[in-house]
Design a protein around this ligand. Structure first.
Ligand code: AMP
Ligand code: GLY
Length: 433
């Protein structure tokens, strides 16, 4: 099969590397891709959000299957448009992508179907939102822009003044554009966070191995929120008992709810969970693979990724095996100094040969933001590389991943030095559930 992957970050690189192992895959392309991805796939510089150009390109090149990995083209209906020209694609249609693209939609879905999540109210009027927050008088309070906001549309406000500033930023200053026309105001939850990616074919859901993201820029979860500075899998907080509870209380009801609403979900449904003292609750849904969760989940997948993806499209997931190997994976992100705020680009990256480390067993370097300029590999984004290692257990995977990062350098490289530390602590002090 001739495959096109839409997107251009570390997640897409991890998907491409896994697809290339498939005996069904004969040719692989990526649009727009990036410098490092071009070692593994033919890259075509079409913006991921240019639905029209992408569909025309897919027709012209006669792709057999398109994997739409990024959220915005999914929300814009790329899968719907590909279907219209007879090209099957991995990912939800626009109606099902609302589960991520509209927080008002997803919160109302959870309320209607009794899926555990933080208590909330939605508002399209800033005065009413503020009156509600004041009346409630409980802090911290969480304010979320309704639409897609590059993972930055969530504010945790410690007092009334911060909440007022937050409502102003989102609803009046329109810091996230039209995404802030409506907001969700919700209760602040506490507990360890778990990411569970799952394959769905509209009716069946098969969860992948669990993972843990590290969203803050600096060690000890300090600094600003980022797209993710590192991940580990599996997540030690996610015990088999909790997994079973999530299946019964969250995963199955969500898939059934989407079906009942007339928008069955096909593709990868990402459950962002918080294990609160009152049980597991949904913090957010994403309609796609997580980044950098994918970089630790797919290296542990034993089953053929392309076969499983095709099963989500064809509705045959129930009969298709989704198996993960034992062991663990860790990914450490190498970012440009300054990220997630301003940072410089074009710094030469040293230590890699054809984008990978030589002689590093069970280590893969996923390219998130790199370019090739005058024959040299250079930085071209906030998150530059994700260095993933797999091993028999988490301590070994972390050690290997961190050792590998020491062999790579570029000017102003920033990485967290404590990826996996919380997971290791959780393994030493397991909590009874
Ligand atoms: P989101 O973009 O929805 O994943 O939110 C970003 C981060 O904000 C999450 O990973 C959580 O750490 C935090 N967060 C979101 N909602 C809540 C909540 N209701 N209570 C506590 N923390 C939250
Ligand atoms: N790493 C979080 C996300 O992909 O949304």
């Amino acid at each position: 099969m001739k495959i096109l992957v839409v997107g251009g970050g570390g997640r897409e690189h991890a998907i491409i590397r896994a697809l290339k192992k498939s005996p069904l895959c004969s040719e692989i392309w990526c649009a727009p891709g990036n410098g490092g991805i071009s070692y593994d796939a033919t890259c075509q510089a079409i913006p991921a959000t240019d639905v029209k150009a992408m569909v025309e390109f897919a027709q012209q090149q006669a792709f057999d299957y398109v994997v739409v990995a990024q959220d915005d083209p999914l929300a814009l209906g790329m899968v719907d448009e590909l279907a219209k020209v007879g090209i099957p694609a991995f990912g939800p249609d626009a109606a099902a992508a609302r589960i991520e693209a509209s927080k008002v939609f997803s919160k109302n879905l959870m309320k209607k179907y009794g899926i555990p999540t933080a208590d909330y109210e939605t508002f399209d009027d800033p005065t009413a939102a503020m009156a509600y927050i004041k009346g409630r008088g409980k802090y911290p309070v969480v304010i979320k822009a309704d639409g897609l906001a590059l993972g930055k549309g969530v504010l945790i406000c410690q007092d009334e003044a911060e909440a007022e500033a937050g409502i102003r930023e989102i609803m009046l200053d329109k810091k996230f554009g039209a995404s802030g026309n409506r907001v969700v105001v919700e209760e602040f939850l506490t507990g360890p966070e778990v990411s569970v990616l799952s394959f769905c074919d509209g009716k069946t859901v098969k969860p992948m191995v669990s993972s843990m993201d590290h969203k803050r820029a600096l060690d000890h979860d300090q600094g600003l929120n980022t797209g993710g500075m590192g991940t580990v899998a599996p997540n030690p907080c996610y015990t088999p008992a909790i997994a079973e509870r999530c299946m019964q209380e969250i995963f199955l009801p969500t898939v059934a709810a989407m079906q009942a609403e007339g928008c069955p979900f096909k593709g990868c449904l990402y459950f962002g969970l918080m294990l609160t003292p009152d049980g597991p609750k949904v913090i957010e849904y994403n309609c796609r693979f997580g980044d950098p969760e994918t970089q630790v989940v797919l290296p542990l997948l034993e089953s053929d990724l392309l076969t499983v993806m095709l099963a989500t499209t064809n509705g045959t997931l129930a009969e298709t095996e989704v198996k993960f190997r034992d062991g663990a994976a860790a990914c450490v992100v190498l970012a440009s100094g300054g990220y997630p705020l301003a940072y410089e680009k074009g710094k030469e990256i040293t230590g890699l040969v054809n984008g990978q480390l030589e002689g590093a067993d069970e280590v893969t370097v996923y390219h998130a933001g790199t370019a090739i300029k005058d024959g040299k590999l250079v930085t071209n984004g906030g998150r530059v590389l994700g260095v993933t290692a797999t091993a028999d257990d988490l301590p070994a995977a972390l050690k290997k991943a961190y050792a590998a990062t020491e062999r790579i350098s570029f000017d102003k490289l920033h990485k967290r030095t404590d990826i996996g530390a919380r997971a290791l602590a959780a393994m030493q002090h397991p909590k009874e559930d």
